[in-house]
Design a binder for this molecule. Structure first.
Ligand SMILES: [Zn+2]
Length: 82
């Protein structure tokens, strides 16, 4: 009865590729427009998202990280309307 093995979801930081318990990561969700990342402070927003750890390096690199565009492919609501 004392099995304190709670299920902890593990997620991977998209920058450093290290694995962390979900609650130690910052969740970003796919934006509705192409250029803005949205931080999801509750971790509960619907839709696709990805995770970045709290390391300063990773937090800085998230602005340069392009991979999220792929991750968010197909979620884009705004198209080039021309
Ligand atoms: Zn990281």
């Amino acid at each position: 009865m004392s099995k304190a093995n709670k299920h902890i979801p593990i997620r991977t930081c998209v920058i450093c590729r290290q694995k962390y318990p979900k609650h130690e990561l910052v969740r970003f969700t796919c934006p509705r427009t192409e250029n803005e990342l949205q931080i999801d402070p509750t971790g509960k927003s619907p839709g696709r998202g990805f995770y970045v750890c709290h390391k300063e390096r990773c937090q800085k690199n998230i602005s340069k990280f392009r991979g999220w565009r792929n991750k968010c492919k197909g979620v884009r609501h705004v198209q080039n309307a021309r």
